[in-house]
Design a protein around this ligand. Structure first.
Ligand SMILES: CSC[C@H]1O[C@@H](n2cnc3c(O)ncnc32)[C@H](O)[C@@H]1O
Ligand SMILES: [Zn+2]
Length: 446
């Protein structure tokens, strides 16, 4: 179906073209953007009449922009929202989260993932990079929800080579079963969990397998000072140099996505810039677990590609990239004591074009020939009066709940706040049932 959007304030996020069109139109044919331009002369109505377009969206009072990309999630963990708060990462994982996850079922992950997709649709996220367990279930949820998912199986090997072989086989199956499915909306990666939970040799095997399959790798890196100290004590170097020794950061064949990167030295930052690693910055999770403040402005100054992520719902506790954008900007300012650090437009670029690069290079900007993944942000609201600068509004004043319409791969997933792809009541009911039953099972085993 062709869709014509008219009378929108368009923020294209295209660095090579016009960045803003105050009264614009955009035409979608199949799953691609076929035209985008100025509508002040009434061009859209002429196109609609000439082409006989059946679906016209009047976007008066809305910002049209690329959908947001969440580059670090554990979607099944949406069931564990609020399960364990106010703890440091090590205790949080070892005493609460891992014991609960030991009781997870495939059904839990399906409903948790679908609930996560619903929350992302309602808050403007059109694509995400996930690392978790029972990933077939997350893939099925993505298939149903209509968004884009780059899925990896989270492999924890703890230095046990035999376990490592089994873990790799699970991730390999995920890649062979799902890569490119749902018209290319589902892609895959390999997901070695972290340098302090997986051996260097295993992480190197995961990278090799990824290169062989032609897909990327997704890993947690230098999230806490405890990780940095552990690596220094055991290997006499930090996680970044430990993995550089096996050429893990080389992106000449496949993308490398590194989540958190809080405890990066200037040398680590230089290396990531040279290698082309994408960093997923997760400021809310890093604040909640008191992991620290990632040196994001330094990374951007050095030329590192930095995207945004929420992390799982047990350490955030939601999936809103609007909250993440505002927090990212404020945290850099207070962390550097420099109010000019991480300005609004740079944050919106992180949430759109930079994140999309690692998921699907044909998304993340609105331009002719690009895939039709976009959102309409309602500005006919009290929190949007007045607007002097569109990026300032999106980062400092807007909320995920202002997203009124979402289109992914040329299909409307939400229109005028109505989600069209799933029964919301059913999803919330089933997810809550799974969550409370999971918590009960975990408690019984304590
Ligand atoms: C192996 S799949 C993912 C694994 O990671 C756990 N997890 C969730 N959030 C974090 C985080 O911030 N740092 C490290 N590990 C995290 C999740 O519970 C799964 O066990
Ligand atoms: Zn994580």
């Amino acid at each position: 179906m062709s869709i014509l959007i008219k009378n929108a304030y368009i923020a294209t996020m295209d660095k090579d073209g016009t960045s803003e069109i105050p009264n614009g139109f955009l035409l979608i044919e199949d799953n691609l953007i076929s035209q985008i331009g100025d509508n002040s002369n009434g061009a859209a109505d002429k196109i609609a009449a000439d082409k006989g377009i059946g679906k016209v969206i009047d976007a008066e009072g809305a910002i049209l922009m690329p959908g947001l990309s969440n580059t670090h999630t554990h979607l099944g963990m949406t069931l564990l929202r609020g399960y364990a708060d106010d703890m440091a990462l090590k205790d949080w994982l070892e005493k609460q989260i891992w014991p609960a996850e030991a009781n997870l079922t495939a059904e839990d992950v399906y409903w948790g993932s679908l609930l996560g997709c619903l929350e992302m649709i309602r808050s403007g996220t059109t694509a995400f990079c996930d690392m978790y367990f029972f990933m077939d279930e997350t893939a099925k949820a993505v298939e149903k929800a209509g968004i884009r998912g780059c899925l990896s199986y989270g492999m924890i090997e703890f230095g046990d080579a035999e376990k490592g072989t089994k873990e790799l086989a699970v991730n390999e199956k995920l890649v062979s079963d799902w890569q490119g499915k749902a018209n290319g909306r589902i892609t895959t990666m390999f997901g070695p969990h972290a340098p302090n939970t997986c051996s260097q040799a295993f992480i190197a095997r995961a990278k090799e397998a990824a290169e062989k399959a032609g897909v990327g790798v997704h890993i947690h890196v230098l999230e806490t000072e405890a990780e940095l100290n552990y690596m220094k004590e055991n290997f006499d170097m930090c996680s970044v140099h430990h993995l550089d020794a096996v050429d893990f950061w080389n992106t000449s064949k496949v993308p490398v996505l590194a989540a958190h990167c809080v405890w990066m030295s200037d040398g680590d930052i230089k290396l990531f810039a040279e290698k082309g690693v994408t960093v997923s910055h997760n400021p809310i999770s890093n604040m909640k677990l008191a992991s620290g403040i990632a040196p994001i402005q330094k990374m951007l100054d050095a030329g590192v590609i930095v995207a945004l992520g929420t992390d799982g719902c047990a350490s955030n506790n939601n999936l809103s990239l609007f909250e993440e954008m505002k927090t990212a900007a404020l945290l850099q300012k207070v962390g550097t004591m420099d109010p000019t650090a991480l300005p609004a437009k740079a944050v919106v670029e992180m949430a759109t074009v930079s994140g999309a690069q690692v998921i699907d290079k044909q998304t993340g900007v609105l331009k002719t020939g690009g895939k039709a993944d976009m959102i309409l942000v309602d500005v006919n609201k009290a929190n949007a009066a007045p607007i002097f600068d569109v990026y300032s509004h999106l980062v400092y004043a807007a909320a995920g709940s202002d997203v009124k319409t979402m289109i992914v791969d040329g299909k409307i997933l939400m229109e005028d706040y109505n989600v069209l792809v799933m029964d919301e009541e059913e999803v919330m009911k089933k997810a809550k049932e799974c969550a409370y039953s999971l918590a009960e099972r975990a408690k019984q085993k304590e």
